[in-house]
Design a protein around this ligand. Structure first.
Ligand code: F6P
Length: 550
């Protein structure tokens, strides 16, 4: 494995960052009239402008060289070839095969998996059709107009984010609910809003062993039966890789839509996990989502590194994270329907690249994934942007917006877009001390007043951002957007030398929760004092049990 921090390219990039310390982005723009053209590109229906990053031509060249030094293109080829690049689980990473409409064949361990992908997609289409046409009915003969998707992590965030994003494409009269938390309040609140006769429960779990999902699924089935529901098979379907566990739960394999272990949980919305999407927006729109992602895949696998959108987004992220010291990255969609995108990308990015061990098993010298957070604009502007503009940490950001809204209501959308543009400009330009002083003087403030106030009103600027535009948020452009991020995450993982496709960091908490569960009172019983943990955990268990007894 190439130790990335030891490469000459890494050293050159460190020198580039030092060389840029004495200048600012305003100057970079002033010195180069072609900066916008040079650092922007279009692909798969998306437009990316990354010129508002503090990057020089030298740094750009060295980033491309760095990608070559770690053999990014070679690893990309190995991923598309179905090689087991998820080394700790010895698995291929082939979510792209699920949306490949070019009729290419994909092989895993010598098996051509493309026919079974197509078969499963056809089953999903047929099932969605039977629900939408009313041919499939509930136990009492009513059509099924409501879906409750029970899943967590990738089995929840992906379909939920897409269903929300595609609200203008919802089929008339259909409703979807997403239940993920083992906190029973979420399930109870959902059940209170639905009619069991017209509801389809979609149990989405790659492993079909996840505590939250199995608990919610059991409780949903009990609720259904307790209220006189019959014919569970008509109301419960499973989306999983684990046929055995699905059968053990009592769901007929006929009602199971499957996917495979080479589809990572956080990359699974393109698989059977997308069933809830197809049910809410129609199969044709689900297919268009896949087609949009495929367009981005084709661009990613064929464009040169210098004109490759996911590669460039990844490299700029590496630049900000490793050479300029950005600790966090904000995802800021200026589209209310994308309100779950930051949450979705938190899992996609942080579960993939939140690693401290390299592929060779050694502790890494370099920083890896940043903290991902975000909110739709303009709401975020009135919450955390203060810190983006004037805080002590450097935070990079992606601003995402459609040029045309699905609701062109009065001048709402131009107002939204003007805020988008204003924020990226403000972050880049900042406001110099002298500008602030001149303004305050013009406002008639005295010299001491100006001296006191000016530092608070100045903005350092030089805060990096990318702008991602699309004509309209459609199934196609959304598919491309998600694929853009998936490939960005992949590229960063390759550069940082990590396996982006495992998630061992979620295991310890799961194991400890299992051991703590029997120590907690279920309200009706008294429990002995806890002794087997540290003093804090023991004390908290006792306090909780005490509160639950009162
Ligand atoms: O949080 C860990 C994780 O394994 C995720 O990677 C996954 O998306 C989620 O749990 C749900 O897993 P499953 O689909 O197997 O229920």
């Amino acid at each position: 494995m190439v130790e990335v921090t030891k490469t000459p390219e890494w050293k050159s990039l460190s020198a580039d960052a030092e060389a840029l310390a004495s200048t600012n982005m305003r100057t970079l723009f002033a010195d180069d009239p072609d900066r916008f053209e040079r650092y922007s590109l279009e692909a798969a229906g998306l437009f990316l402008d990354f010129s508002k990053n503090k990057i020089s031509e030298d740094a750009f060249d060295h980033l491309i060289a760095l990608a070559n030094a770690v053999d990014l293109e070679g690893t990309r080829s190995r991923m598309f070839a179905g090689e087991p690049i998820n080394t700790t689980e010895n698995r291929a990473v082939l979510h792209t095969a699920l949306r490949d409409f070019s009729l290419r064949d994909y092989h895993v361990d010598g098996e051509n998996v493309s026919p079974k992908i197509r078969t499963e997609l056809k089953r999903i289409a047929a099932f969605a059709q039977s629900i939408h046409s009313g041919a499939a009915k509930g136990y009492s003969g009513k059509t099924l107009d409501t879906v409750v998707n029970i899943g967590i992590g990738g089995s929840d965030l992906g379909p939920q984010m897409v269903v929300e994003a595609l609200r203008p494409y919802w089929l008339d009269g259909r409703r979807s609910f997403f239940v993920s938390n083992v906190d029973g309040q979420q399930l109870a609140d959902t059940l209170a809003q639905i009619n069991l006769e017209t509801t389809l429960f979609v149990i989405a779990s790659k492993t079909f062993t996840t505590q939250e999902t199995m608990t919610n699924a059991e409780s949903a089935r009990k609720w259904f039966l307790d209220r006189g529901g019959k014919d569970v098979a008509k109301h419960f379907v499973a989306l999983s890789t684990n046929r055995h566990a699905v059968e053990a739960f009592g769901i007929d394999p006929e009602n199971m839509f499957q996917f495979w272990d080479w589809v990572g949980g956080r990359y699974s919305l393109w698989s059977a996990i997308g069933l809830s999407i197809a049910l809410q927006v129609g199969f044709a729109n689900f297919e268009n989502l896949l087609k949009g992602a495929h367009l981005m895949d084709e661009h990613f696998r064929s464009a040169s590194l210098r004109r490759n959108m996911p590669v460039l987004l990844a490299l700029v992220g590496v630049w900000n994270r490793n050479f300029l010291g950005a600790s966090a990255h904000a995802v800021l969609p200026y589209d209310q329907h994308l309100h779950r995108l930051p949450a979705y990308l938190q899992q996609a990015d942080m579960e993939s690249n939140g690693k401290r061990i390299g592929k060779d098993g050694a502790v890494l010298e370099n920083k890896t994934g940043p903290i991902i957070f975000g909110e739709p604009g303009t709401n975020g502007q009135h919450a955390f942007y203060q810190l983006l503009h004037q805080g002590t940490d450097l935070i990079s950001a992606d601003f995402i917006a459609p040029a045309i809204s699905h609701s062109e209501l009065g001048d709402h959308h131009p107002k939204l877009l003007s805020n988008f543009l204003a924020q990226t400009e403000a972050l880049m330009r900042g406001k110099a001390d002298q500008e602030v002083r001149d303004e305050l003087r013009a406002d008639g403030l005295t010299k001491p007043e100006i001296t006191a106030l000016a530092p608070h009103k100045a903005f350092p600027g030089d805060r990096p951002s990318n702008s991602i535009l699309m004509g309209k948020l459609t199934p196609e452009t959304l598919g491309a957007l998600i694929a853009l991020y998936e490939h960005k995450i992949f590229c960063q993982g390759v550069i940082w030398g990590i396996n982006s496709f495992d998630q061992w960091g979620v295991e310890l908490g799961k194991v400890l929760a299992k051991s703590i569960l029997p120590e907690l009172s279920n309200l009706s019983e008294e429990k002995p004092s806890a002794t087997s943990h540290d003093a804090s955990t023991n004390g908290l268990i006792d306090r909780i049990n005490d509160l639950r007894q009162r």
